[in-house]
Write a protein that binds this ligand. Structure first.
Ligand code: ADP
Ligand code: MG
Length: 707
């Protein structure tokens, strides 16, 4: 999902319209992806310099970046040894003291540029004060001229540049673009025609941020007009203006995004009629009676929401969020039963074959006695559960209807939407571990049927910002309670030298009847990074360390049938420890496993570590998660500490989002992240909320979604 085009200068004006941009400069600007005046105006500074008052060279302090203004009194190339690389050095003087500047690789143009008598602005970090020295500073020639007021005596922007285009030229061009076009910069608009899904036929454009809404915002400052904001981004009167302007422009982006989301939802609701899947409890009752546990209050209340959706007028679009181990599978099963009771078929999709197999086994066990056919369709396997009587059913093409079998649940992986799989009467699609799939994939599967209901489940808690954008067109249910009777999980961070002790500990736990996971980042050791451990290499070491217990090996390159054998062995405790990659990250449920050892823990994201940890703590015994890391840098240590301190997946996900950004948090597979210039999905919760409210007001759109 990318925000709709938000032209600020309709129609697009080529950058060559700016005074001073000829063919040559247009080419240079194109290298920075600047083709239009709009692109130029939206080219954000990478930093600012306060040139209202320069630092005297004498007052430079060590390691603190500063700008000074000085005249060159000496310059030249230096070579330390014959044949060695040449260094360029020049000395600036501002009347207070002298400053040496060095470039370790002299360029041919330097001698002609840095000539004695020329005056420069010099920006950099002093690495010595005796003599005062800055290596590789950024410099800008002071040329007295008509434009001088653009470059000094104010806070000036320094933009991303390309070779041949100096900071000064870029600044001048943007200044001129503002002078020429500032008054044509439009406020964002929309038209009611868009809401009907068609072109804006004869519809008048309406401002999205009216004077009234602009003044009514809950932020400290009243929003500047867009044109003002753009000027402020480049030429702020005070440094604090930059953030105000950024927020205003980010708000525009979020408003455009919300408009897109809410219009899509409106259109969807207008066009799609819901299949009646509310159910009548005739399967649910016997199912719950034999389940072996009572649903938690949270599970029950989520199911109430789902039942209302399934019996409602619009197809369900619901995101079920529940921390690892909160019992989403049981909710999925009950939801499936509602649709099955109503005479529809159901598809359940999982991101890995291991998880699909696990679901296949559980659902077969649960559903067969109810007379429901369960079938599995993965890349490597296609299977149908044994029918009630126990005689083997020939594997059909997915369409074979055996009399007496009311309905079918199909479980699969990505193969579900790649294969020419076709399900008649598809009423409900359930996607497990949704964050492992892309938005586009979700849409493909839903399109398979006639607007089936959709339930997507995730254990990666979606931080609210993403909930309101990426998942903005979904309703959200949360399971905020864990089933009772679980042992707690203790988490430790240890250095690799402690491994012998750790293995001793694991051996004790196994001897006491428990099981363990041992996770490494890699399948094989890479030549480039020998320090990162790999399962294939460590497997033997672990076998030796834990002998005579039986150890299993699992990674992505093992054949599916063999994977399944290992998992079966582990489930039955014929295998006491699993050496694995993150393949086991999602879904795997073996309550007797109580130890999770993760080596090179710094190589995993926080949300991922939390998922891995979610494999333990599923039974009544105490569980232990041990993170091994020798990473000394502070960032890695503080990240791992977060994990040791909290078991709250939501807090962990928010921290991960801030540390690593949405792309990393959601996984590489996740497509559809909006492309934002000014907005920040990790930080701008209030802005996103505000945008959502504004758009709601505009669309007069009663229905509530996420909030
Ligand atoms: P997740 O939400 O991570 O998918 P699962 O659905 O795998 O969690 O459930 C984790 C474990 O908790 C399973 O062994 C499941 O049988 C069990 N469980 C689920 N709901 C309850 C409940 N209400 N009471 C007791 N145990 C439950
Ligand atoms: Mg699960």
């Amino acid at each position: 999902m990318s925000p709709p085009e938000q032209s600020i200068l309709p129609p697009a004006v080529p950058v060559s319209s700016v005074r001073g941009v000829g063919e040559e400069r247009a080419k240079l600007l194109a290298r920075l992806n600047i083709f239009t005046v709009e692109d130029l105006l939206l080219h954000q500074p990478r930093r600012y310099e306060d040139r209202r008052k320069f630092r005297a060279i004498r007052e430079l302090t060590l390691n603190e970046p500063a700008t000074v203004r000085g005249t060159i009194i000496a310059a030249g190339v230096k070579r330390f040894r014959k044949g060695a690389r040449a260094m360029f050095e020049c000395v600036f003087d501002d009347g207070s003291a002298r400053l040496h500047c060095r470039w370790w690789q002299a360029q041919p143009w330097m001698e002609d540029w840095y000539t004695i008598g020329r005056e420069f602005l010099v920006f950099g970090k002093p690495d010595s004060l005796k003599p005062r020295n800055i290596d590789h500073p950024e410099t800008e020639l002071v040329e007295p001229g008509e434009d001088e007021f653009i470059h000094v005596n104010r806070i000036v922007p320094v933009h991303p540049l390309t070779e041949g285009l100096t900071a000064r030229v870029m600044r001048t061009l943007i200044w001129r673009a503002l002078e020429q076009f500032e008054y044509s910069i439009a406020e964002p608009t929309w038209s009611r025609g868009q809401a009907a899904g068609g072109q804006a036929q004869g519809e008048k454009d309406e401002a999205l941020l009216t004077e009234k809404t602009r003044a009514s915002n809950r932020h400290p400052a009243t929003w500047p007009a867009r044109a003002n904001a753009i000027r402020m981004v480049h030429f702020p009167a005070e440094l604090t203006d930059v953030e105000i302007a950024r927020q205003r422009l980010a708000l525009d982006e979020f408003v455009a995004l919300q408009l897109q989301i809410q219009l899509r939802r409106k259109k969807f609701e207008a066009s799609a009629k819901a299949l009646p899947c509310g159910g009548d409890n005739h399967l649910m009752k016997p199912f719950l009676a034999k389940l072996g546990f009572t649903l938690t209050t949270a599970q029950t209340s989520v199911l109430r929401e789902i039942r209302a959706d399934l019996g409602g007028t619009h197809p369900m679009r619901r995101l079920l969020q529940g921390d690892v181990g909160s019992g989403k599978t049981a909710v999925a099963a009950c939801s499936a039963l509602m649709a099955l009771e109503s005479g529809f078929t159901v598809a359940l999709m999982a991101p890995t074959e291991i998880l699909a197999e696990q679901h296949f086994r559980n659902f077969s066990k649960w559903f067969e006695p109810l007379g429901i056919r369960v079938q599995l369709q993965t890349g490597s396997r296609k299977e149908t559960s044994l029918p009630v009587a126990g005689c083997k059913e020939p594997v059909g093409n997915g369409n074979s209807q055996r009399t007496g079998i009311p309905s079918t649940l199909t479980i699969g992986t990505h193969a579900l939407f790649t294969a020419n799989f076709d399900l008649p009467k598809l009423g409900l699609v359930i996607i497990d571990e949704q964050h492992k799939f892309g938005v586009a994939q979700r849409e493909t599967l839903v399109r398979k049927g006639n607007y089936p209901h959709l339930l997507v489940m995730t254990a990666t808690p979606i931080p609210r910002t993403l909930g309101l954008t990426l998942y903005g067109d979904l309703d959200v249910s949360v399971i905020d309670e864990m089933p009772g009777g679980r042992g707690s999980i203790k988490t430790f961070v240890r250095a690799a030298e402690k491994l012998p002790k750790v293995f001793e500990f694991i051996r004790e736990k196994i001897a006491a009847g428990r099981q363990a996971y041992i996770v490494y980042p890699r399948v094989e050791v890479a030549d480039t990074d020998k320090d990162i451990k790999a399962v294939t290499k460590e497997f033997e070491n672990v076998q030796r360390a834990l002998a005579p217990f039986k150890i299993g090996l699992l990674h992505g390159r093992i054949k599916p049938a063999d994977k399944e054998k290992v998992m079966a062995g582990f489930r039955l405790n014929k295998i006491q420890a699993l050496v694995a990659t993150t393949l086991i990250e999602v879904g795997v449920d073996v309550p007797n496993a109580t130890v999770m050892l993760i080596e090179n823990a710094e190589h995993f994201g926080l949300a991922q570590l939390h998922q891995l940890r979610g494999r333990i703590g599923r039974g009544t015994h105490e569980s232990y998660c041990i993170l091994i890391s020798d990473a000394l840098h502070e960032e890695a240590q503080s990240r791992l500490k977060i994990l040791a301190e909290t078991n709250d997946g939501f807090k962990i996900a928010e921290a991960d989002l801030k540390l690593r950004g949405p792309g990393e948090l959601l996984g590489r597979e996740q497509s559809g992240l909006p492309n934002l210039r000014f907005g920040n999905l990790a930080e701008d919760l209030n802005l996103i909320r505000h945008a959502r409210e504004l758009v709601k007001l505009q669309l007069d759109f009663g229905r509530t979604g996420v909030s």
